[in-house]
Design a binder for this molecule. Structure first.
Ligand code: NAD
Ligand code: UDP
Length: 313
């Protein structure tokens, strides 16, 4: 019998790369999306793929699927700060109701379940790097709360289904990931800087630019997710590249790679913007034998042609 995975958020950045990976591994893929923040462009290359089916559906509403499922991967959610600020209630619903609906679906099918969680569950962390055991420092009513708290609730719901129903569940805490198929206007720092650099426009640095992030190339992340799904590890698992950089460093690197000479401009730091963020990936290294292989400069080089195509129209 063919293995079949259902992926929510399939028209998004990560969902579309996951679909490609499972198809390449010989699986059938049922993709679910309502195009809230994703785009059909990310799936155009799958139009003639007989092992791929797209269901246009808001996963905050129940979904019934009549073909057998081996796995359910819940990736639907607005994911960039400007997207979730624009869609606060939808973000809470897809993390809450959407997680409940997809867990129910997986339970009914006896499928293994994987939740896309986030480093945002650590909030503005007081521990750096962040191990999975750290409980975080999250503002429950701040401008990021619709996303952070939805994901924390989603983790709790996933664990409850595992405990109550003995379901096979996995939770990945994804740290900032970038690559082709990000939306050029999603407001995330890598897409902003590359587009600004390619257009010769100044890069917009928020605050003093001393805040840090750790950027993972998409192919590395997808490999980690596949390993986690197939592993026996049920505890939440950090996946990300521990190469920690300030936004000033990132801007300098993207300026070099895009050949931009426009001096950066400084803009106010958004409230509750985390000061530092870096994954402790000891668990993934030990238990999944996973480690990121693509450095930041190489990843930016691999990502630029996609944005160059979009900028050229
Ligand atoms: P994205 O916005 O590119 O993709 C999300 C997809 O979910 C979109 O196609 C969107 O249309 C879809 N979607 C949203 N609400 C939906 C709903 N109610 N019903 C059906 N589809 C819906 O974002 P992404 O970067 O690919 O993120 C995917 C997942 O990974 C998200 O759950 C996000 O929280 C998580 N994540 C991503 C990162 C990252 O760095 N990219 C980091 C941490 C966590
Ligand atoms: N950022 C920036 N300039 C931009 C966009 C973002 O300096 O044009 C900063 C932002 O303030 C944050 C970091 O880059 O400190 C990462 O932002 P992003 O939205 O990519 O992800 P997140 O804050 O969710 O990690």
């Amino acid at each position: 019998m063919a293995k079949r995975v259902l992926i929510t958020g399939v028209a998004g950045f990560l969902g579309s790369h996951l679909a490609d990976r499972f198809l390449a591994d010989g699986w059938e893929v049922v993709g679910v999306d309502n195009f809230a923040t994703g785009t059909p462009r990310n799936l155009r290359h799958l139009e003639c793929e007989s092992r791929f089916d797209l269901v246009e559906h808001d996963i905050s509403k129940p979904l019934f699927v009549d073909v057998p499922l081996t796995g359910v991967l819940h990736f639907a959610s607005p994911a960039s700060p400007i997207d979730y600020a624009e869609l606060p209630i939808q973000t809470l619903k897809v993390g809450g109701l959407g997680t409940h609906n997809t867990l129910g679906l997986a339970h009914r099918h006896g499928a293994r379940y994987l939740l896309a969680s986030t480093s945002e569950v650590y909030g503005d962390p007081q521990v750096n790097p962040q191990p999975e055991e750290y409980w975080g420092n999250v503002n429950p009513v701040g401008p990021r709360s619709m996303y952070d708290e939805a994901k924390r609730y989603a983790e709790a719901m996933t664990v409850a289904y595992r405990r109550a129903h003995g379901m096979e569940t996995r939770i990945v805490r994804i740290f900032n990931t970038y690559g082709p198929r990000m939306r050029p206007d999603d407001g995330r720092v890598v897409s902003n800087f590359i587009v600004q650099g390619l257009k010769g426009e100044p890069m917009t640095i928020y605050g003093a630019g001393t805040q840090t992030r750790s950027f993972c190339y998409v192919d590395d992340l997808v490999e980690g997710i596949v390993r986690l799904l197939h592993s026996v590890r049920t505890a939440p698992t950090n996946l990300g590249n521990p190469e920690e950089r300030s936004m000033l460093d990132l801007a300098a690197l993207v300026m070099e790679e895009t050949g931009s000479s426009a001096s950066p401009v400084f803009r106010p730091l958004p409230p509750d913007d985390p000061t530092v963020r870096c994954p402790d990936i000891g668990a993934a290294r030990r238990e999944l034998e996973w480690t990121p292989t693509v450095g930041l400069r190489e990843g930016i080089r691999r990502t630029m042609p996609y944005f160059r195509g979009l900028v050229a129209g």
